[in-house]
Write a protein that binds this ligand. Structure first.
Ligand code: ZN
Length: 290
């Protein structure tokens, strides 16, 4: 299934895609795609309902509707750094022996086609297409990759927008360069794990103003999704609905010669095979008075 949330920011309704352009509204039986939904086995519970409604023709057109992030209010967004060998090389960093973990403020989450704001004082706002994992059950100390696979609800596209000066030149931790408003477009869908199959052979891409900047495959990840989830569960209590950004392939602005960063008016388009695509316009927080 492909889970989707439609409607104005903060007032999205949960639905399930019936086709690429239509969806079944499930808001009368599902409060939202939140921690309770995932923990209570909502993904499996909603399947027969969706089948019934599709058979009865109870589908709605998506055209003209805003799409929000496919998960409501995650308890945390965790991220993995330098998880593609070729991306580590372009940043001049060694390939890590253990996953590099950092956090991102959960209220960075916006819809896949919402605007991205360059924060105040920024000169180095950058893009990162990533495969995101959504956790399906509360988990800690998972014993192995198989146990980890069993707690993954599904996958989605995220843009791990990053301010490189805040991240790397201002001391402290990376989280400062990752947590500005609008810095985590997610969606359009959460594709359930059963439908994704093997998450280690997905193609990722990102364009800025129509020029291809990032191109990669999850097959070149250093740590695969199940390994990441098992690893994180040794240090964090993972909650249902938590989002994990699994790192970005090469082609970020910081790695270009000379480096290139986002400017107001730019357009980012990105996607992952089978998980849908996103499109964001870039604006300046200062110019817009945010
Ligand atoms: Zn990232």
């Amino acid at each position: 299934m492909r889970l989707i949330r439609v409607g104005p920011p903060g007032e999205e309704s949960p639905g399930v895609l019936a086709s690429d352009t239509t969806y079944v509204d499930v808001s009368d039986v599902v409060g939202d795609f939140d921690a309770r939904f995932f923990q209570d086995g909502g993904v499996d519970a909603v399947r027969p309902l969706v089948r019934e409604r599709v058979a009865a023709g109870l589908v709605h057109d998506l055209s003209g509707l805003r799409v929000g992030p496919p998960v409501a209010r995650p308890h945390q967004i965790l991220c993995i750094g330098l998880n593609y060998r070729d991306h580590a090389a372009e940043t001049g960093q060694p390939v890590p022996d253990e996953p590099i973990v950092f956090t991102k403020a959960p209220n960075t989450l916006v819809g896949p086609d919402d605007d991205v704001l360059i924060p105040r004082g920024s000169t180095k706002t950058d893009w990162e297409v990533e495969l995101a994992i959504v956790i399906g059950r509360r988990s800690s100390y998972l014993p192995d990759a198989e146990a980890a696979r069993a707690v993954i609800a599904g996958y989605a596209v995220c843009n791990d927008v990053s301010e490189r000066a805040f991240q790397l030149e201002r001391g402290g931790q990376w989280c400062k360069g990752k947590s500005a408003a609008t810095f985590n477009p997610m969606g359009p869908w959460l594709v359930t794990a059963d439908e994704v199959g093997d998450p280690s052979s997905l193609e990722l891409w990102l364009d800025v103003n129509g020029e291809r900047r990032q191109r990669g495959s999850t097959s070149t990840m250093v740590f695969d999704p199940a390994t990441i989830v098992q690893y994180l569960s040794q240090f964090f209590v993972l909650e249902p609905g938590d989002v994990i950004n699994t790192g970005t392939p090469p082609g970020v602005g910081m790695g270009m010669q000379p480096p290139v960063f986002l400017r107001a008016g730019d357009v980012m388009e990105l996607g992952i095979g089978g998980l849908g695509r996103q499109r964001q316009r870039v604006w300046s927080a200062v110019a817009d008075g945010v």
